[in-house]
Structure formats: C-alpha cells, structure tokens
Design a binder for this molecule. Structure first.
Ligand SMILES: *Cc1c(COP(=O)(O)O)cnc(C)c1O
Length: 373
C-alpha cells in the first residue's frame, strides 16, 4: 500500500535528533513557556520574515486569537462581517463564528481553488471589518487586488497559513504578506509537530502583545487580568520537535514541488482534471488536488491498486449541519470542488518509484460506463 502520508517514514531520518531534544526537555524541568518555545518563536519569525511569532495551542486558536485581539483593540467591531473563501477547512469559519462575527463566503476560481479576488469588492458593506484569506492546499492565495482593497477600505487582511508553511510569494513568505497570520502545526501539515501546536505571526507590535495576553488568560502581568482570555500554549516538547523540523522544511517542500511537477507533466487522462502548469508557482503542495466527476470510481480504482487518497473536503462549510444558517447559500463552484476533489499522495516520504506507480495508474484509469436509470 502506498499511504497518503506516512509520518513514521517521514520522521525516520530525524529520530535521533528528536530523542536528543525530547531528553533535553525532559531533563530541563520546564515544560511550558520555556527556552524551546522562545527559541522556536524567534526562529519561526525569522524564517517567515515577521517581527513576531507567538506560539499557541493549535491553528484554530491562532486564527481565533487574531480576531479576538482585533476586537479588543477596537479594529474589528463586534457582530461585524469577515470576508472569507467559501471552500476551506471548517476551522477558518469556526474562528470567525467563535468570535461572534459573520462569515461572508466568496466563491473561488475553479482552476486555482483560491478566493476569486474580483468578487471581494462587491461583497464589502458598511459592516465588513476584515478579510481572511486561506492559502488552501499550500498554494498562495494572496493577490495584489487583495492588498489594494485592504488599503482602500482600511480592512486588515488575515492569512490562514495552516497549509502553506514556507510558501513563497516573490521573495516573501506566506505568513508575512498581510497584517497577521495563523499557522497550524498539526502533525499532517507541511510543518507538523507530534501533537497540536499553532502560532500567530505579525509585524504589528500591539497585535502581538494582545495575542500573547489573550492566550495567557488575558493577563498582562501575572494574576492581573485585563481581558477575559483563554489558555492556549505550546508544549516545550512540541517546540523542540518543530525547531528540528523547521530546519528541514524547505527541503521537504522542494520534494513536494518536484512530485507535483511530475504529476502535472506526466498524467494525461480525460477523466481526471489536473491543475495547470502555473499552479506550480507560489505553492508548497500541502495537498495535490485532482478533480474528477468520477471521483468515487477513481478513488476505488486507486485503492484496489494499493494507493491511498483523501478528499479535501467532502462537505463545504455552508452545507455542514452546524451551519444551518448558511445552508440556503448557493455556491456552485465550491460545491463542485467538494464533489470532485481527490488528493493524491504528495510528500517527502514517497519514493520516485511510488510516484511513477501512481502516475501509471492515473494514466490507465477509465470509469466504467454508468447504467442510466
Ligand atoms: C488545519 C487547518 C486549520 C486548523 O488547525 P488546527 O491546528 O488543526 O487547529 C485551520 N485552517 C486550515 C485551512 C487548516 O487546514
């Protein structure tokens, strides 16, 4: 079986480094808010190209802490609207609704799956308070037009960078393109810990202080609570693991890009829609998406031939039972993506032979004729 992402195999070159680091933490006696977290924050901020990186419990917390900080700072009004892509992982939308803000869902481009920047301005009302963009599948969603709209209307842009650690836009990395960014270090992300972890990056000193305060119970000084905060911290053990993996991130991303390039150049099948060649730009391929109206048959065919694939994601947020208030929305591009998307294995743990095997299978797939009813 070629697994979708075998973390055991991906981690095997670093086991010695990991055990040394875990021992160092175990022996230090300090398990939260210590040297490892401080060092990772410095290293990750430098890597991303921002003044601040603030660690927190997970990616959802990172996004939520940014929005709550803007509310406390008076930059985002309570009960206001946040413009966001309709096709994203649920956590992006949950962060918005957790802060009692209203997500305004925007359709994506069908070729890049990224927010269609030409639809944003039409969605702005007097209640709009922020734009949230998602570097979905590891592909940079930023567009000059988004910067122009942000400046014209004075709206902060927040990046959901849970899927695109290390992705370049020109010479800048995602996570440094806008006012603030939320990162997730869930194990399966391009930069993943051995459990949960997250971070906020920003160049805004005030925002950074507020994120740190709200993630620490709302305390500006010990036992002095100015805000009703929450507890969201990263373990020293996770920070130690992330420091090691950060040193290998660019190399892992290069491997993902090389595999994606092979898929795009070598797969030719009228029943499978592959991304276009320019999808290789500004991309670190957290997910390699293919589209097929025959998705179920394709997934079964690959599985029967020993290849594991995943669907990102089977149901869009506005069709989830928890968001009944959005179920009336009609978002045909988003809905089609959720109906047709199938993700191929695309990560550093794959061998060249495995990639060749997957390509051969994709090239011989033909759907069985469907019986018309
Ligand atoms: C993974 C993910 C998150 C949430 O991260 P967690 O660490 O799992 O909370 C948010 N947004 C997107 C797009 C993600 O893929």
């Amino acid at each position: 079986m070629i697994p979708y992402f075998n973390l055991r195999r991906a981690h095997s070159p670093y086991i010695k480094e990991f055990t040394d680091a875990l021992r160092r933490v175990a022996e230090s006696g300090r398990y939260l808010l210590g040297d490892e977290t401080n060092a990772f924050e410095r290293e990750y901020a430098r890597y991303t190209g921002t003044r601040h990186a603030i660690c927190c419990g997970n990616g959802l917390d990172a996004l939520t802490l940014i929005l709550r900080s803007y509310i406390e700072l008076g930059e985002i009004k309570e009960d206001s609207e946040v413009i966001v892509p309709a096709n994203t992982f649920i956590a992006t939308i949950l962060a918005i609704t957790e802060c009692h803000l209203h997500p305004i869902l925007i359709e994506p481009h069908p070729e890049t799956f990224q927010i269609d920047e030409t639809l944003i301005e039409k969605a702005i009302t007097s209640r709009t308070s922020a734009l949230m963009i998602v570097h979905l599948y590891g592909h940079c969603a930023y567009h000059e037009e988004i910067g122009r709209i942000s400046r014209k209307y004075g709206l902060p842009v927040i990046e959901d960078n849970a899927q695109a650690h290390g992705c370049l836009y020109g010479t800048q990395r995602t996570g440094s393109l806008a006012q603030a960014a939320g990162h997730s270090f869930y194990p399966g992300k391009n930069l993943g810990a051995m459990g949960d972890g997250g971070a906020v990056t920003t160049n805004d000193d005030e925002l950074a202080t507020m994120v740190r305060t709200l993630g620490n119970y709302g305390a500006q000084k010990k036992y002095d609570f100015s805000f009703k905060g929450r507890n969201s911290r990263m373990d020293e053990l996770q920070a130690a693991v992330l420091r090691i993996k950060l040193r290998h991130l660019d190399q892992c991303n290069r491997r993902r890009i090389a595999i994606a390039k092979r898929y795009i150049e070598e797969v030719h099948n009228p029943f499978i829609r592959m991304p276009q060649k320019d999808y290789l730009n500004n991309n670190v391929f957290h997910i390699f998406p293919t589209m097929s109206p025959e998705r179920t048959q394709l997934q079964t065919f690959l599985k029967d031939n020993g290849v594991e694939t995943l669907i990102h994601y089977p149901i869009p947020p506005h069709k989830q039972r928890c968001y009944k208030e959005m179920s009336h929305l009609s978002l045909p591009i988003t809905e089609q993506i959720h109906r047709e998307e199938l993700s191929l294995p695309c990560n550093e743990s794959l061998t060249e032979e495995e990639v060749s095997e997957i390509i051969s299978l994709l090239n011989i797939f033909t759907p069985e004729k469907r019986v018309s009813l």
